[in-house]
Every structure is written in structure tokens, then in C-alpha cells.
Design a protein around this ligand. Sequence first.
Ligand code: NAG
Ligand code: NAG
Ligand code: NAG
Ligand code: NAG
Ligand code: NAG
Length: 539
Amino acid sequence: MQLHFSPSMRSITISSSNSAGNVNGGGGDLMKIKVASRHISYRTLFHTILILAFLLPFVFILTAIVTLEGVNKCSSFDCLGRRLGPKLLGRTDDSGRLVKDFVKILNQVNSEKVPDGLNLPDSFNQLVSEMKNNKCSSKEFALILKGMMERYEREIRESKFAELMNKHFAASAIPKGIYCLSLRLTDEYSSNAHARKQLPSPELLPLLSDNSYHHFVLSTDNILAASVVVTSAVQSSLHPEKIVFHVITDKKTYAGMHSWFALNSVSPAIVEVKGVHQFDWLTRENVPVLEAVENHNVIRNYYHGNHIAGANLSDTTPRSFASKLQARSPKYISLLNHLRIYLPELFPNVDKVVFLDDDVVIQRDLSPLWEIDLNGKVNGAVETCKGEDEWVMSKRLRNYFNFSHPLIAKNLNPDECAWAYGMNIFDLRAWRKTNIRNTYHSWLKENLKSNLTMWKLGTLPPALIAFRGYVHPIEPSWHMLGLGYQNKTNLENVKKAAVIHYNGQSKPWLDIGFEHLRPFWTKYVNYSNDFVRNCHILE
Ligand SMILES: *[C@@H]1O[C@H](CO)[C@@H](O)[C@H](O)[C@H]1NC(C)=O
Ligand SMILES: *[C@@H]1O[C@H](CO)[C@@H](O)[C@H](O)[C@H]1NC(C)=O
Ligand SMILES: *[C@@H]1O[C@H](CO)[C@@H](O)[C@H](O)[C@H]1NC(C)=O
Ligand SMILES: *[C@@H]1O[C@H](CO)[C@@H](O)[C@H](O)[C@H]1NC(C)=O
Ligand SMILES: *[C@@H]1O[C@H](CO)[C@@H](O)[C@H](O)[C@H]1NC(C)=O
């Protein structure tokens, strides 16, 4: 069986005779596919053949004719079959046999590997000119098509991965505006006494551990994000005078963060700003694992190395690659991020706190969270294994752990529902009676010992283990996740949720944030503030 393109590309002839020779004059064994050139570009023709040849081998001949001749008013294959089947298949027995032969070849080629040495044309034009000059067997043709298709697919995948990489770096880099804000506020701290004033004022200090107040904890080095979290919580509250915010930041951001909250009071709410260096409790003896985490060589390379080298692109989908990159965000090894596991020690006199991530916005009064009966449990959190959003809300332990690892397989159940960080109500009194911190430490060490083969993603997996048995599921509308993952987020649900969480790469303060989800966040940015204006934030 052979295939021949006419020099004008107006027809493709398929001949069933294996003996090479006069293709056009071969007699009854010919089938001509006419190309109506005014309807069709080479590119369309090429893609049509590719798609038809490999995805729909059984309708290849029938549909090819229809498409090539521009008779494409039929939208279903049924319709095509009815219109063309009898005409084509009924013409002679030979063409029926041809169709069958061709299908056979396609199926055969489909399961065959394209030989390494096969000379693949670089472009469709080249394919056409080669076809014009040389006859080739239809099997060869099919293999060439398959090879070209595989190459295109690979190229498309690679460019998709490159795009994801760029996004990853866009997501890890600090935007100029936010960096500027931090610098200017730090500068203000040294030059302006108001920016250095004590926070909160001395007569309010006792309230920092007064359990009749609602205590929030936020740990971040992003001043703008912190301002949005605090402002949104205060403005959405029915009792702002009962709010105490404990903002924890790192040493380099401390001055800037302090300036911001000193100059932008959210009274009657109270804000305290602390640097990690100011907690006496946070010492190497108490936090031995973190030191190890930050200095572990494998980890350094893992989080800061070249992400595409060594990735096997042929068995990776863009989605799984995206989540691998996500797992490698350097923020997962930062102390600020692991700090949440030390809440009982950092706030020794506080009974209950709501811990917030810096990528959330509060849209409703959260006072009722303090009334929820946690039934003696430690951590009130939303579960992430059921819900409308198939991707964000389908997380079970198997999504976080490597169940091929014997320790994991022995200790955990892959079907157990996971829960989310972002907005959690912690009962610190109940927590102090447990062993949660030690469990967390010992699993973190275990994972380091096995070179991070038990799990990749930073703080949540060891917490999923450490908090087992201590989690009280709360109503999902308290905390809506996934606004930084995908565009499909349901806007009605966003409006209704008490707290929305831009977890994922597309943070609202980055260029890659989703435009239609951004206003829910920018609503709480004070654009008339001099620092925000002068740093051209999100302009
Ligand atoms: C990539 O994965 C494919 C399919 O799993 C496998 O056949 C191939 O050998 C792998 N390549 C490398 C370089 O590991
Ligand atoms: C971890 O990696 C190091 C070097 O990269 C290797 O020497 C060691 O055997 C690995 N340990 C395990 C448990 O795989
Ligand atoms: C999962 O654990 C097994 C057994 O320790 C290990 O061989 C494998 O490399 C791990 N997988 C990943 C992705 O780390
Ligand atoms: C997201 O969806 C909205 C409408 O649903 C659309 O206007 C916008 O272009 C989409 N953005 C991206 C990045 O896909
Ligand atoms: C915004 O900033 C300006 C200038 O700092 C301040 O006067 C104003 O009260 C702020 N608005 C809000 C809602 O915080």
C-alpha cells in the first residue's frame, strides 16, 4: 500500500499495490483524495491528518475526504458516516479493502515506536516537498507523521513547562513595589520618632495577654500583605475594640513592619509587632530542627537549585510539574513559616488564637470562631477533601505523602482527609497538654534522614501528622481556599466566604495574580497612603 501526494497537493492517492511503479496508472486499486485548495491551508491539512490518523483511525479515510473537500457541515461522525460511508465504501470492494488496510497500518504504527534514525522533516513545507519528490510506503508516511506529532507534542509540553518555570520565579521574586515599601518604611523607622513609638502604647500592654480579647497571630515578611490582613479583619469586625493582632516578622523586616503599624493605626484594635529575634524562647535548643533544615545541603539544592534539570518531562504533566514547583518554594523552609508550631510557647499566657496566613482577606466578623466548641481538640480547621472545587478540595493524605516509604505506609492512612492552614483557631491550653511539637520535630528529623523522600511540601505534612486526633473540622464557608491556584474560582462563593485564601502561586500582589480575584484584596490597600503611592504599588 502506498501513498502519493500530487505535486499540486490537490490530491493524495492511496494505492493498494505493494509493487512500486506507476501509481497513477495502477488501475482499479486507487483511491484519490481530492484537496480543495481554496478551502484549506497546508497547516490545516497537516493537523487534520495528524488528528485523524492517530486519534480517530477508524474514521480517517471518511473524514479526511470530507474535511479536505470542505464538506464539513456535518458535526458528528455519525452524520459523516451516513453521508459518506455508502458513497465511499459502496463504490467498489477495493476501496473498502483499502480503508481496512489503511486502518490496519495506522493501528500497527500506533503501537510501534518511531525508529530513532527516522529522518523527520522540520516543517510541514518540508514534508510536502519530500512527499512530492519521493514516493513512500504508507507505513513510512504514518511513522513520519507519528514522529512529527510526537515532536510537536514534546515541544508544546516543553514550552508549557518553561512557562510554568517563569511563573515560579515570578512568584518567588519580591515585586519592586513591595521591596520599595519595605526599604522606605525601614528608613522612616530611623528618621521618624513616630515610626518608632512603642506598639501598643504602654498602658495597653496588659491586653496582649488578656483572654477576654480576640487574639490573632500573623507571621510574615510582607508588609503590604500584613496591612491587608489586619485592615480587612478590623473593618469586617463587629467588635474591632476586642481585636489584638500579634504580627511576627523576621529581623530584616522588623523596622519597616513596625513603622507601618505605628504610622497607620487601626484603633480601636490593638497591634503588636515582634521580630523573631525578640522571642527569648526561639533558641537553637528549642528549635533544633529548623537550623538543620536551613543548612541541609540536599535541601538547599532542592529549594534553590535548577528545577528543570533532572525532571523527566515525558512522565510529568504540567499540573503535576506545577505542584512540584509549588512544593519547592523557598518560603517552605523559612522560620517564619514554621513558627506556627510554637504558638503555645510564644504566647504562654494566651488561651486561644486565630492564626492567619498573609495571603488571606477577612470579609466577615470572626468573633464566633472563639465561641466554637472544639470538643477538647486543639486545632479548628477546614477539611480539604470535599467541596465543589475538584482540584483545591480533593486533598487527602495521599496527596501530601510518599506512601511508597515504609514509615509513611505503616503510620498513615492515604484516604484520611487533610485540612488546611490559612485560618485556624487554636486552643493553646489544650495544645499545651499534648505532645504535638515533639511529634512534629521527630517526623521532620525522620524526613531529613531519608533525604526528603517522605514528603516535599514544607510545614503542612508534618503538621498533618502531629495534629492527628487533635483537629476539629469547622464549617467550610469560614475559609475558602484556592484563589491563587486557578481562574475557575466561583465568584459567588468568594463573596460569601468569611475568609478567602490566595493559596497557590498567583498571589494578588504579583503580576501573575488573577485579575478578577484581585479586587477582593486591593479593596483593603490604602492607595492614598504616601508610602503606597510613592512605591507605585500595583499601578
Ligand atoms: C522518563 O519516563 C519515561 C516513562 O516513564 C521512561 O520511559 C524514561 O526512561 C524516563 N527518562 C529518564 C531520563 O528517566
Ligand atoms: C541521602 O543522600 C546522601 C547524599 O546525597 C546519601 O549519601 C545518603 O545515603 C542518602 N540517604 C538516604 C537514606 O537515602
Ligand atoms: C518514596 O519512597 C521510596 C522508598 O523510600 C523512595 O524509593 C522514593 O524515591 C520516594 N519517592 C519520592 C518521590 O521521593
Ligand atoms: C480568567 O477568567 C476570566 C473570566 O472568567 C477571563 O476574563 C480572564 O481572561 C481569565 N484569566 C486567565 C489568566 O485565564
Ligand atoms: C489611608 O492613608 C491615609 C494617609 O496615610 C490616612 O489618612 C487614611 O486614614 C487611610 N485610610 C484608611 C482607610 O486607613
